[in-house]
Design a protein around this ligand. Structure first.
Ligand SMILES: [Zn+2]
Ligand SMILES: [Zn+2]
Length: 242
């Protein structure tokens, strides 16, 4: 079966995420647009994933728990896991490595934990958009330890990306997939970076606002034997093959 997907979405737990991006709202908007599979990837936290998964079950959309990890090198990585438990355990490791900088809601916005009915469960006090202590070299093994996968986010962006930090795509880390931002030019990227020839490039909306969630697109489809987190993670590990 073919499934449309968007594996990079933020909720109101991200300080830069709109407060209307509650787990219920973002899941409902994704379902309304016709997406089959989404992932919740807040900055350095998986705190709203459990609610998003539950909201997804109510409307029949598969939600993978995840995180957008900011590595020690300030490179953003999409990390995805089979279960909320595993995502939360990974998130605890990340949390322990964050610098002790408090969020300033007046500057950055609130970082809200929400239930599936738009109720506020709490607020994250530490600023989540700082660099964690986890390096890009260690991130894949740490994600794997919790049953997950991680790959570079928006590699074509001028900041917080593997290409902006390193200038080249790190061949030695053997990423099977990498994410390109919504207006990325795949051919130009491949021409400029031969190391990307073996890498499956996937798109994502990286939405922080409901209206920025992209509708399904022809090139954001995965062929899976079943619509489960395990099948999605396997597809990613195989570089877009079933
Ligand atoms: Zn990012
Ligand atoms: Zn993002």
């Amino acid at each position: 079966m073919h499934y449309t997907y968007d594996l990079h979405l933020h909720s109101c737990l991200s300080p830069c995420g709109d407060e209307d991006m509650t787990p219920a709202n973002l899941v409902n908007m994704a379902a309304l647009l016709g997406l089959d599979i989404i992932a919740l990837t807040d900055h350095n936290s998986a705190g709203n994933c459990r609610s998003a998964i539950q909201a997804g079950e109510q409307v029949g959309i598969l939600v993978l728990p995840g995180m957008e990890l900011c590595t020690a090198e300030e490179i953003h990585m999409v990390c995805l896991f089979p279960t909320a438990d595993q995502a939360e355990q990974f998130a605890q490791e990340v949390y322990k490595s964050l610098p002790p900088i408090k969020n300033r809601p007046d500057i950055y916005g609130r970082q809200l934990f929400m239930d599936t009915d738009d109720g506020i469960l709490g607020e994250e006090p530490l600023l989540l958009v700082t660099a964690s202590g986890i390096s890009i070299d260690d991130a894949p093994a740490l994600a794997k330890h919790y049953g997950g996968i991680c790959y570079p986010a928006h590699i074509d962006r001028a900041s917080f990306s593997v290409l902006s930090s390193f200038g080249v795509f790190p061949r030695h880390l053997k990423f099977p997939v990498a994410e390109v931002s919504r207006n990325g030019n795949l051919q130009a990227l491949r021409d400029a970076h031969p190391a990307l020839q073996q890498v499956k490039l996937i798109g994502a909306s990286d939405a922080h606002y409901l209206e920025d969630i992209l509708p399904p697109e022809e090139d954001r489809v995965m062929e899976l034997p079943e619509r489960t987190p395990a099948a999605v993670l396997h597809w990613l590990e195989q570089g877009g093959k079933t």
